[in-house]
Design a binder for this molecule. Structure first.
Ligand code: HEM
Length: 506
């Protein structure tokens, strides 16, 4: 029976896609000028051209077809943007039209049909949630107020690495960094860390992988019931794990909140939000949004997913590049010695003076943007950009990975890691300089930039200042494996491992 249904679906879909395919060809030729791009196949469009590392395949295709390129992902018209001038048109000049997000199977299972922020449609619910998260978690004053949490976690990080160094052990830096980011962010979001109650990291890593993977069900909807890649099954499993955990936390809060004294002391993001359960999030506005359990769980998933993996991956790549370039590592240690001295750890107040560190981080983001295609945007109406017609509900992929390697922008040495290229340069990371936008730009740009960057700067500075690092098994710096693993973020395919030696005096 299920075989008959599957066969019927495939035949019906094939027929529809041939009709669609020939209509697209004739329409494009006659009266609509889509951006140039490779010819699509029926049903799958250009999906077969993406390979295991789609950002790299799209980079090569854009060299042939240009910085505004049109492809078909299954039935979804998609525009790939790969130059600073083109990105400015999409994320600044016409930002409002491209501030939509596509509807994805991932958000159905993980955030209850996009009740969080990152995959929510542009509009008043998204605006309310974004404002709320900035006010209670991401504003400059909030980020500043978490300094004691960061300080305490830096002390335990250095202590635990020092113990390993004393034993002459090799350290899995990827895991160690992942753990410290998880603990800091859990304390910041939930007011506590969870020890072994929940292994967040594997769940979040899997979420980020599945959110980035090109899911056939999103692009060829008639195949969705067959779940050919097994993605739906995996999404259900992760969604259930995360939601059960947040349910338990909400229940705990509800039991605790009967105690009025305890209620008064709630200051962390999660508890402030749960205190609003079944009440409006924006009581003073025309359209109040009542906060239910699903909203809370979806927003928490978004905060956890958007912060753990991005920050960890950014630190991992920066440390990898430092290990591959002993000259740059020595330059950074020299700066830290001058600013901090050899007899103490780095303090947050040192960070503004670490200008070489900032250049190192920019250079790392240039070559390893954590979200190589940003988070997909979607056009909310038909629009003409640079003379090309972009239909409503087109998916927009901004290839920041490709832009970081553009020889016209970064000169012939674009593939090399040279932080000094940012010396005397006004380029910053805030999304105003379109050649370097690791946090995106415009309305949908990352609201957690300051929180992410502060964690990143502090952890890198601490690890580089307090320890010398050596690659294991006599691996030479230029032999360090730099293979990427594609998802919505782009982590290392293999963990970074190195041997620390404590280098502070005393
Ligand atoms: C180094 C760390 C980080 C990097 C590199 C990063 C990067 C990004 C990028 C590229 C986007 C997509 C922008 C676009 O689509 O145009 C994004 C969106 C987002 N980020 Fe971050 N991020 C980081 C840390 C954080 C942190 C710490 C949080 C919050 C706790 C956060 C919350 C978000 C949210 C909620 C969105 C979706 C915004 C929306 O759709 O309105 N991020 N981030």
């Amino acid at each position: 029976m299920s075989y008959t249904i599957a066969l019927f679906l495939v035949l019906l879909g094939t027929l529809c896609s041939f009709i669609y395919f020939f209509r697209t060809l004739t329409t494009n030729k006659n009266d609509r000028k889509l951006p140039p791009g490779p010819a699509p196949l029926p049903i799958i469009g250009n999906l077969h051209m993406l390979g295991k590392l789609p950002h790299q395949s799209l980079h090569h295709l854009a060299k042939k077809f240009g910085p505004i390129m049109s492809i078909n992902l299954g039935y979804v018209p998609t525009i790939v943007v790969s130059s600073p001038e083109a990105v400015e048109l999409f994320l600044k000049v016409h930002d409002i039209v491209f501030a939509g997000r596509p509807k994805l199977q991932t958000s159905d299972y993980i955030t209850f049909g996009a009740k969080g922020m990152a995959f929510t449609q542009y509009g008043s619910y998204w605006r309310t949630v974004r404002k709320w998260c900035i006010l209670h978690l991401l504003s400059a004053s909030k980020v500043e107020s978490f300094a004691p949490v960061r300080k305490a976690e830096m002390v335990s990080l250095v202590e635990s690495v020092r113990t390993m160094a004393a034993k002459g052990e090799t350290l899995n830096l990827s895991q160690q960094v992942g753990k410290v980011v998880e603990v800091i962010m859990s304390r910041v979001i939930f007011g506590r860390c969870f020890d072994d109650e929940i292994e967040f990291r594997p769940l979040i890593e899997e979420t980020m992988y599945l959110a980035g993977v090109f899911n056939l069900s999103d692009y060829v909807p008639f195949l969705a019931p067959l779940d050919l890649q097994g993605i739906k099954t995996r999404l259900k499993r992760i969604g259930n794990g995360l939601h059960a955990f947040f349910e338990k936390l909400i229940d705990e809060h509800e039991r605790g909140s009967k105690n009025i004294e305890e209620q008064k002391s709630y200051t962390d993001f999660f508890h402030v939000m749960v205190s609003l359960l079944n009440r409006p999030m924006n009581p003073n506005e025309e359209n109040p949004y009542i906060i239910g359990r699903e909203n809370i769980k979806a927003i928490m998933v978004d905060m956890v997913a958007a912060s753990f993996d991005t920050t960890t991956t950014s630190i991992e790549w920066t440390l990898s590049e430092l290990l591959r370039h002993p000259r740059v590592m020595a330059g950074l240690q020299q700066e830290l010695e001058t600013v901090v001295g050899r007899n103490r750890m780095v303090e947050e107040s040192d960070l503004p003076k670490l200008t070489y560190l900032d250049m190192v981080i920019k250079e790392s983001f240039r070559l390893h943007p954590v979200a190589p295609l940003l988070v997909p945007h979607e056009s909310t109406e038909d629009i003409t950009v640079n003379g090309y017609v972009i239909p409503k509900m087109s998916r927009i992929l901004v290839n920041t990975w490709s832009m970081g390697r553009d020889h016209n922008v970064w000169s012939d040495n674009a593939e090399e890691f040279i932080p000094e290229r940012f010396e005397d340069s006004s380029i910053d990371l805030r999304g105003h300089h379109f050649q370097l936008i690791p946090f995106g730009s415009g309305r949908r740009g990352c609201p957690g930039m300051q929180l992410g960057l502060t964690n990143m700067r502090l952890i890198i500075a601490q690890l580089v200042h307090c320890f010398d690092w050596e690659l294991p098994d006599a691996i030479l710096p230029n032999e360090l494996d730099m293979t990427e693993k594609f998802g919505i973020t782009l982590p290392r395919a293999n963990h970074l491992v190195a041997k620390p030696t404590f280098r502070l005096v005393g």
